[in-house]
Design a protein around this ligand. Structure first.
Ligand SMILES: [Zn+2]
Length: 275
């Protein structure tokens, strides 16, 4: 199947602390969202009936508006670190993630985005943590599959695990049901287009934003160094058929919509035929 980027759905991350309501997101022209949950809290303080009610009400609002909840970002923080060498921490994170999967299954989302670690990761612990994270990804991707969901491992910046294509490939090697979320502003040692080509068709979702290559910035595309025509080309090559999901900071939701149009126009003008 030839991919036509003009048919990619436009999406954005969203949580209920955002200044923009789901109504505003819908009106601006998005068709889907990634729901962000609370981060940095313990699993016990996150997976509560009160939080379920909060998130569930947002999901029902999105559905009523015709906004698809494509993905849910699983919580992160030191108590959610799936690479932790302390089994007690890791087991509590596993349990919390599985409980959230049961929420997500009922919401009709397809994808769960997970961070392969928290940070900083000390050099001497890296190899051991990669083994632990890979084991946990194998287990959690199997649990996700049982619920009709896909666990998407996200590339991360700095010393985090999964900070380049080679580590992401190693993390999912023994987890055939795991997929990948490509964050275009997290890679500090390679370009997003080279990451996309290296990982290929296991990329099932995106976090789109721009940066300066020095650190993550979550800028709207156009402000930083990402070569967007190259990113689109690479995504077309791998047959990417998910949404063009933004994780960019913005003041006006229309600015992100305009950036998506500008990227598609630039791709078309480069001679790649968006219809
Ligand atoms: Zn993330």
């Amino acid at each position: 199947m030839t991919i036509n980027p003009g048919q990619w759905k436009l999406g954005t991350y969203w949580d209920d602390k955002e200044p923009h309501s789901l109504e505003q997101i819908r009106e601006a022209g998005y068709s889907c969202i990634e729901l962000n949950l609370d981060n940095y809290k313990s699993p016990a303080d996150t997976v509560t009936p009160e939080n379920f009610a909060r998130y569930d009400s947002a999901v029902q609002t999105a559905k009523r508006l015709g906004l698809e909840v494509w993905s849910v970002h699983l919580p992160f923080g030191s108590q959610w670190d799936i690479s932790d060498l302390d089994d007690t921490v890791r087991e509590s994170a596993i349990k919390g993630n599985i409980q959230i999967m049961d929420w997500v299954k009922g919401w009709g989302a397809r994808v769960l985005v997970i961070h392969p670690s928290f940070e900083p990761i000390q050099n001497e612990e890296r190899a051991g943590r990669l083994v632990k994270a890979a084991e946990t990804i194998r287990l959690l991707s199997g649990e996700a599959a049982k619920r009709g969901l896909h666990l998407a491992v996200e590339d991360l910046p700095r010393t985090c695990l999964g900070n380049n294509a080679e580590e992401i490939a190693a993390l999912i090697k023994d987890a055939p049901e795991a997929v990948v979320c490509c964050d275009s502003n997290h890679l500090l040692t390679e370009t997003p287009e080279s990451f996309i080509r290296a990982i290929g068709s296991r990329i099932m979702t995106l976090h789109i934003s721009d940066y300066d290559g020095v650190n993550e910035r979550h800028w709207i595309p156009g402000r930083g160094i990402v070569k967007w025509v190259e990113v689109v080309r690479a995504l077309v090559e791998i047959g990417y058929a998910g949404p063009f999901m933004y994780e960019a900071d913005y003041e006006n939701p229309q600015d992100v919509v305009a950036s998506f149009r500008a990227i598609l126009n630039a791709y078309r003008e480069a001679g790649q035929g968006v219809q």
